[in-house]
Design a binder for this molecule. Structure first.
Ligand SMILES: [Zn+2]
Length: 84
């Protein structure tokens, strides 16, 4: 049975954390995540106006889900939260 979108997102979140992905903020809402399996390569994740991250990796382009988007979701939440 095919995984649902929610299951794919869940799996991507676990991968994002277990892989210890690095995330670099290069502009407001724009992040670069080095490719774990492809040294020297990196993907750009842009947070859209609706708050959804969009990654340039093949997984995100083909399935709409990837671990880079999920790690950026966490990071963007932290970056956009002001702690006084
Ligand atoms: Zn990706």
């Amino acid at each position: 049975m095919a995984m649902s979108q929610a299951e794919m997102v869940q799996k991507a979140r676990v991968r994002a954390l277990s892989d210890g992905l690095q995330v670099y903020r290069i502009a407001d809402g724009v992040y670069v995540v080095p490719a774990k399996s492809n040294p020297g390569e990196a993907y750009t994740v842009t947070v859209q106006a609706d708050g959804q991250p969009a990654c340039t990796c093949p997984g995100a382009v083909n399935r709409g889900v990837c671990k880079h988007q999920e790690v950026v979701r966490f990071r963007y939440l932290i970056d956009s939260t002001s702690i006084a």
